[in-house]
Design a protein around this ligand. Structure first.
Ligand code: FAD
Length: 461
């Protein structure tokens, strides 16, 4: 594609908002690496009308365009080549409205998750989704990846908090589906086409979120178990005892725990690091006092049932934060490692983890397999720590992680998405008919294959 297209684009966004060559921000396309953005130009439109005009222009000449949010995805989902344009939502960062009666927040796609959380909090409400990259990731990127995080057990994936959205199709058509109603069965629920489809079917420009009541009680416990069946039983019992108050059930295997707490790691732990599994149990509610008593009673019953070898309930904000810090230290652990995010039935997690650990350490003798994750959502993260590995060894690691999911009906991506990184493994989790239907939708909505080409699945036009 010749760069003749740049002048009309300049006319749309203004010269200050189209960067080329060395002007392109020195930001990485792949989180945690220094891989620079390769695009022919980096566009920063101000609003939906400019996004629509850009796409109309690109569609006319078959120019590919890669949407960019906060670029925190972990699957090379916003990778560009020198043939592509990059479209950043960073100037579309306005929170348009909070409606305290409807419990909704309307935003442009470039608002960061943290800005939305803070604004909801100021209004006495609660933005229910939270992920580690909250300060950098943008809501358009979050919705297009259907982000999960640590509160899914209570509030669901981000999909469950989206009431409506606006998307611009490949040809520049603006589809405004800015529903604010909890119940609306008037025809197809078109927003679902764009949620989790990683910029394949349209660019998300505005979103209506459903907010929640702000928690007024907050309880956290860190407990330790020595056998995996106890962890499974703990999950069942915690769900029964805490009901809808349960908002976090995060499991850390000893190999993760030892990486982050002293003497290897830099954190201290309120319980000794000699156990096999550590679980953070979190509950929130709106009745302080009553909720605190109920939480303490639930943890007491869990101990009486003999499920935990040790444990502690946080008694202050500082203690609560110190417990969560152990889990949030993940950023330090995952840097420079291969990280995988898979889903499978809880009952098979132990067997699966043992199998892949044996397979990986046999193929890459110095590799360390570290496991942790949102077990209550069927989701574990596996980090393979090894400073040096050959391409052949990297291929064996992927094969171990993905092929071993098949017998359990597992998912190759629980929350991070497919991007380029997992594209070839999609058939492990999706049937040929499902992939063909995805291709049919892609061909129909983006017949010139200009939207984020080459990601999620290969497609012929
Ligand atoms: C430290 C850390 C912790 C993380 N923890 C979690 C976690 O707990 N749960 C989780 O789910 N993820 C997690 N992630 C992954 C990542 O933050 C999420 O995938 C996030 O939703 C990506 O948002 P983003 O704005 O950075 O999107 P980007 O990385 O910029 O883009 C993601 C994808 O969406 C497309 N896209 C971006 N904006 C739009 C748009 N407006 N319209 C259409 N397509 C668009 C891009 O082309 C790309 O394919 C974590 C990442 C890091 C670095």
């Amino acid at each position: 594609m010749s760069n003749k297209i740049l002048q009309p684009l300049r006319d749309i966004v203004g010269s200050a908002n189209i960067l080329t060559g060395k002007e392109i921000p020195d930001r990485s396309e792949t989180w945690g690496t220094a891989q620079p953005c390769q695009a022919m130009a980096f566009l920063m439109p101000a609003d939906s009308a400019e996004v629509a005009a850009i796409l109309e222009c690109c569609h006319a000449v078959g120019q590919s365009i890669v949407p960019c949010g906060g670029m925190t995805n972990l699957v090379q989902g916003a990778l560009t080549t020198s043939e592509d344009l990059a479209l950043s939502f960073e100037r579309m960062n306005r929170i348009e409205e909070i409606d305290p009666v409807a419990n909704t927040m309307t935003v442009q796609a470039g608002v960061t998750m943290q800005a939305a959380q803070e604004r909801a909090d100021e209004a006495g409400l609660y933005f229910p989704v939270d992920i580690g990259a909250r300060g950098e990731c943008m809501l358009g990127g979050n919705v297009s990846t259907n982000a999960g995080g640590t509160r899914v057990i209570r509030y669901g994936m981000i999909r469950d908090s989206v009431l409506g959205l606006e998307a611009v199709l490949a040809d520049g058509t603006v589809v405004s589906s800015m529903n604010t109603l909890l119940k609306n069965n008037s025809g197809f629920d078109l927003k679902q086409l764009f949620i989790g489809s990683e910029g394949q079917l349209g660019l998300i420009t505005r979103i209506v979120f459903r907010l929640q009541a702000k928690p007024r009680s907050h309880n956290v416990a860190l407990v330790a178990c020595d056998e995996f069946p106890q962890v499974v039983e703990l999950l069942t019992m915690t769900r029964r005892h805490l009901g809808s108050a349960l908002c976090g059930f995060e499991v850390m295997w000893d190999n993760y725990f030892h990486e982050v707490v002293a003497p290897v790691g830099r954190l201290s732990t309120p319980i000794p690091p000699q156990h096999r599994y550590y679980v953070i149990i979190e509950a929130t509610g709106t009745r302080p006092g009553t909720d605190d008593d109920a939480f303490e009673a639930a943890i007491g019953e869990i101990f009486e049932a003999g499920l935990c070898a040790d444990g502690v309930i946080a008694k202050s904000d500082t203690e609560r934060e110190a417990i969560w810090a152990i889990r949030h230290e993940v950023e330090w652990v995952v840097r420079d490692s291969c990280i995988f995010d898979v889903s499978l039935p809880v009952a098979h997690v132990h067997e699966y983890n043992e199998t892949i650990t044996a397979g990986i350490t046999a193929a890459v003798p110095r590799a360390k397999v570290v496991t942790f994750g949102h077990l209550g959502d069927n989701n574990i993260h596996i980090c393979v720590l090894c400073n040096e590995r050959t391409d052949e060894q990297a291929a064996i690691i992927e094969q171990q992680i993905y092929e071993n999911l098949e017998p359990y009906g597992g998912a190759i991506s629980a929350e991070h998405g497919i991007g380029v990184e997992k594209r070839d493994w999609l058939p492990v989790s999706r049937t040929p008919a499902e992939i063909e239907l995805m291709r049919t939708l892609k061909r129909s909505l983006d017949p010139r294959n200009i939207l984020n080409p080459g990601k999620v699945f290969p497609v012929d036009f």
